[in-house]
Design a protein around this ligand. Structure first.
Ligand code: HEM
Length: 356
């Protein structure tokens, strides 16, 4: 670790928390002396950063991302992943997931507390992770427990203890996957078995906070795909991304110098009224398109089509079967500055509105 990395201060914003009582403030870009970085939160500024070839992804502490590939290798990785995520292949995984999600949803009990994260999101995402990465199903729960450490460090990269257990888990995970596209091996397993349940927990928390919206989707579940785009905007998982300037550049009037660190507050940019007219409302008829929840530009998430397919396939049976869902207990949150989501989502499920 370099001295520059050690100086990195952990951002502590909470105005972009999904359960925050007030919406985030969209500020013009500024240099934060304490964080030692430029902070971008306007949609237009974050989008410009995504598109700029002189702003390269870095880790949260400013060092290069672990095993950051050179450009040729990265482009090869993207092409190889896209080929592995062909429509035909996505359709095969969707079939597996649909039958598992339908069966599991039918087994959920009515009118008693159920933790949606533990009972629905985690098992279904693990099924998908095993199918996609071709992991041995008998190793699934051990791999999932290793992946938990890696995902926790991605969410909270400033905690050295979490980082150390992630490193050990990562080393073991790397040795467990040998076939298929690089992005669909150990890192794909972590993203699918752990990060995806976090993404679903955020989306479901947002829907549960808007019971009328849940009911609208119950009545018209075919709208789930459209609603999911707006849920990604409104309740997307990733809060921050990090860049470093490799040359001097003027970014929408911000004079970046070579070596400068830049923090992209993407969850805040997704609530910018200049881009989304009613940013703090969920409105899948008029909003959602153009969100930055999975990045944008040359580094946009290469697993985006897989994530969307999975999020829709897992959520739709819940919307179809249950006309009314209530949070019944305390929602516990986990994660950190990079992503944060409900660790538990205790709910009571009803097929129709209960008569009290
Ligand atoms: C589960 C939820 C996921 C979330 C929230 C997520 C989010 C993101 C975001 C925001 C970026 C942009 C990073 C940047 O601009 O610096 C990204 C990039 C990336 N994602 Fe995902 N992702 C997810 C799942 C996956 C999966 C399943 C895969 C496996 C294919 C994947 C592979 C990648 C890769 C390889 C990149 C880097 C692309 C590049 O630099 O060219 N992601 N992801």
């Amino acid at each position: 670790m370099t001295s520059r990395q050690e100086e990195c201060v952990r951002p502590s914003w909470s105005d972009d928390h999904l359960d925050s009582s007030s919406p985030p403030e969209i500020k013009a870009s500024y240099f934060d002396e304490k964080l030692g970085a430029w902070v971008l939160s306007r949609y237009a500024d974050v989008l410009a950063a995504f598109r700029s070839p002189v702003l390269v992804p870095t880790g949260a502490k400013g060092g290069s991302k672990k095993a950051a590939p050179n450009e040729t290798i990265r482009l090869k990785m993207r092409a190889e992943t896209k080929a592995a995520l062909s429509l035909r292949q996505l359709y095969k995984w969707q079939k597996i997931l649909t039958s598992e999600a339908d069966a599991l949803t039918q087994r959920l009990p009515l009118g008693v507390p159920v933790n949606l994260v533990e009972k629905v999101a985690r098992p279904l995402c693990l099924t998908l992770a095993v199918a996609v990465t071709k992991a041995d199903p008998k190793d699934a729960s051990h791999l999932q427990s290793l992946a938990r450490h890696v995902s926790a460090a991605a969410a909270e990269p400033y905690d050295t203890k979490i980082g150390a257990s992630a490193e050990a888990a990562n080393a073991e995970l790397r040795g467990c996957f040998h076939a298929g596209a690089e992005a669909l091996r150990d890192s794909g397993f972590v993203a699918l078995s752990h990060t995806l349940p976090c993404l679903l927990a955020n989306a479901w928390f947002a829907l549960l906070a808007h019971p009328q919206q849940w009911r609208r989707l119950h009545q018209r579940p075919a709208l789930t795909a459209k609603a999911m785009e707006e849920l990604l905007r409104y309740a997307g998982l990733t809060r921050l991304l990090f860049r470093r300037a490799i040359e001097d550049v003027d970014l929408n009037g911000v004079p970046l110098r070579k070596g400068d660190r830049v923090i992209l507050r993407i969850a805040v940019a997704n609530k910018d009224p200049e881009r989304f007219p009613r940013p703090n409302e969920m409105d899948w008829v008029h909003q959602g398109k153009g969100h930055l929840a999975l990045g944008s530009g040359p580094h946009t998430c290469v697993g985006g089509s897989l994530i969307r397919m999975a999020a829709i396939t897992i959520t739709r049976p819940l919307l179809e079967r249950f006309g009314w869902v209530e949070i019944t207990g305390t929602v516990e949150w986990h994660g950190g500055p990079v992503f944060r989501s409900p660790a538990t989502l205790p709910v009571c499920l009803y097929e129709t509105i209960p008569v009290i």
